[in-house]
Design a protein around this ligand. Structure first.
Ligand code: ZN
Length: 162
């Protein structure tokens, strides 16, 4: 019996720890990755294609939305849109390397935006949905600050070279 009580206390402590560590309450995450096609073989042509075909004129965009119900079951929807080169064989070897490097830096940058969405959902859930709208606004602002600070990832290496 004594062991049982000790075990319960330990479990309660562990529960608290988990709660403060921010992995206490479950959140459900729905992820979607979309693509738009590009086929340019030259820098200016590619820049034009990204501006006209890319989401909101950007090379990539991550959109996230946090929602919750009356029981404070929190859901996160994340959609990321990337360019997809459909004429890779038309690129020279060094152009291919540049393109893949651009894509990998782009993915890294978009992951930072996704992380803001995950943090927003996690914080809303851990606060039992109290002040949820303010929490979401805070993380939306963090994503905007990221783009201001890095010039949409450029200072982190998201630079197109073809
Ligand atoms: Zn960005």
């Amino acid at each position: 019996m004594k062991f049982f009580v000790t075990a319960l206390v330990l479990m309660a402590l562990f529960g608290c720890y988990v709660y403060f560590a921010g992995i206490g309450r479950p959140i459900s995450i729905e992820e979607e990755t979309a693509h738009y096609e590009v086929d340019a073989l030259k820098y200016t042509e590619m820049l034009n294609q990204i501006k006209t075909r890319g989401p909101k004129g950007h090379a990539a965009v991550t959109e996230w939305n946090v929602s919750w119900d009356w029981k404070c079951r929190v859901s996160l929807d994340v959609k990321t849109t990337y360019p997809q080169h459909v004429n890779l064989e038309g690129l020279s070897t060094s152009q291919k390397v540049s393109w893949h490097e651009f894509l990998s830096k782009l993915r890294l940058h978009e992951n930072f935006h996704k992380f803001d969405g995950i943090q927003a959902a996690r914080d809303v859930s851990d606060n039992w949905c109290l002040g949820a709208r303010f929490i979401v606004k805070y993380w939306v602002a963090q994503s905007e600050i990221l783009d201001l600070r890095t010039d949409h990832g450029r200072t982190d290496g998201v630079v197109l070279k073809l």
